[in-house]
Design a protein around this ligand. Sequence first.
Ligand SMILES: *[C@@H]1O[C@H](CO)[C@@H](O)[C@H](O)[C@H]1NC(C)=O
Ligand SMILES: *[C@@H]1O[C@H](CO)[C@@H](O)[C@H](O)[C@H]1NC(C)=O
Ligand SMILES: *[C@@H]1O[C@H](CO)[C@@H](O)[C@H](O)[C@H]1NC(C)=O
Ligand SMILES: *[C@@H]1O[C@H](CO)[C@@H](O)[C@H](O)[C@H]1NC(C)=O
Length: 533
Amino acid sequence: MNYFVSNNWGKNQYQNLNDAHTRSTSTVRFIFCCIALGLCSTLLILSLWNPNTYIPTIRTYVLHLDRRQPLLHTISDKFLSFGLDTSLLRTMNELPIKQEKFINLGRHLSPAYVRVGGTSADCLIFDQNQIVQSSSEKILSPVDGQDISNFTITGADLLAVYNFAVKSKLRMIFDLNVLLRNPDGSWNDTNAQEIITFAKNQAMELDWQLGNEPNSFKHVFNVTISANELAKNYDRLRQLLDEAGYVDSILVGPEVNHVGEQNHIGEEYAKIFLRSQSSTVNYVTWHQYYLNGREAIVKDFVNPLIFNWLPAQIKSLGEFIAASGKNVSMWLSETSTAYGGGAPELSDRFVAGFLWLDKLGYSASAGLNVVTRQSLFGGNYAMVSPNLTPNPDWWVSIFYKQFVSEKVLKLITSNNFGYVRLYAHCTPKEARVARVPAVTIYGMNIDKIAVHINIPELFVQSGEMMKIFFYSLTADNLQSSEIKLNGQVLKLQSNGDLPPFQSIILDPTDPVILPPYSMVFMIVHGIDIPVCE
Ligand SMILES: *[C@@H]1O[C@H](CO)[C@@H](O)[C@H](O)[C@H]1NC(C)=O
Ligand SMILES: *[C@@H]1O[C@H](CO)[C@@H](O)[C@H](O)[C@H]1NC(C)=O
Ligand SMILES: *[C@@H]1O[C@H](CO)[C@@H](O)[C@H](O)[C@H]1NC(C)=O
Ligand SMILES: *[C@@H]1O[C@H](CO)[C@@H](O)[C@H](O)[C@H]1NC(C)=O
């Protein structure tokens, strides 16, 4: 029994939308409307039954989409990117980068950056033909207990990681060690030069960064590198890259954390860094986590106050960037729900999708150019499990890649900072039906009750043949490892291909209901918004 229609439309089937609609979705629409009516009448009956009890009524959330609007922002085609933590290179043989299954999972998310960085980047020493094994003795970080002992990687190791990026059609970013210092305190760039030369000789195409969370070096490594000094090191690295033939590679930094806190440590560091470097960095990069992985509980993952931390951080850093006098846009170059490797049984479960999707939506609406998810693999926040099964956030990311383009639109709402949070972009060309422009409205309802969505502008031009392809992502429980699309568990096909995504096709006049605890992607086909053409 299958009421759903696949979105695998041929290029000229748009005119068949009406037929398809009557053929296959009238039943679904009927059920959909019944559920909506049922909910309302149940609530009505309940409220008549005992008017003194608190009854949550189904709310209507009104939003507006100005059809004549200009583009709000154009973000990178690699906006949704992800990391592979440098610490994974400590145990190269445990990293599945040579496995076809893993390569396939990466490839489904391309185009994207794969950032090889993290605390261990400042412990990494390149030794092209390593003979001596690095010491296996661990030194633990006083901050989060991770291994901060120095270690070496070989040319073959670097090549293996790079080959994963190439096969997955990803663009690698490599984070160089800034803690290799000369006796006078200046950066010893010998090892960086060896990596750059090796990479160039192997014809690697990649981008670069230097150091990780330098404003926190004191706490982690008992070393201080000032923002002025780091700026000099970045200028030097830019020079080395240009000399080596990496003129076209971008350089991003300074990779600060602790942004948005009362003392503004991260922002202050970034401001001085930006002021001091000679327009060397292409993007200002920073790291963001909402929660401490050891303390986070499931409620935090559906609490709007937690979600609203990110907008405050972006605003604060934006002010410090402006004060630096440099006009550079931001990247979230390392980010996830919870630090310390993520929260067990939360950061890799269905419930983590809300913070992830909201981060993507809000960051795009704020004009951030790239958001790099920590991490594709490894830790409790992995998008791919140790046995190479995609976690819910991998699926959320797949939907984002399929249905959300780099053209960001403005949705007007009275409040997008509560339980319902929605964003709008033009739909990518590949997801259009018969090349007819479309708009993707996506987001979530993190409330325990359903909500009714009303977009008055969808009714305006009745002559249009508008259809809403509705995709909701839900789970049986918030901590599920599985995620359902319109009620059916998402699974890759046995050959590793994506399954066909089956939508519910709605008329603009149908009620649009966001289920409790759901993420949604609504593709409005046939809407006339000139900037999306
Ligand atoms: C790691 O290498 C750096 C740079 O050579 C050095 O300053 C530091 O002491 C080393 N760390 C450890 C734990 O040996
Ligand atoms: C920089 O490090 C290299 C080892 O990578 C070492 O041979 C060289 O002496 C160092 N340079 C200075 C000025 O300390
Ligand atoms: C930090 O480094 C200073 C020297 O720079 C040293 O005196 C101090 O003992 C170190 N602290 C720790 C906790 O290792
Ligand atoms: C910053 O640069 C962008 C183009 O890169 C430009 O559109 C914008 O007006 C600039 N902003 C400021 C404050 O100079």
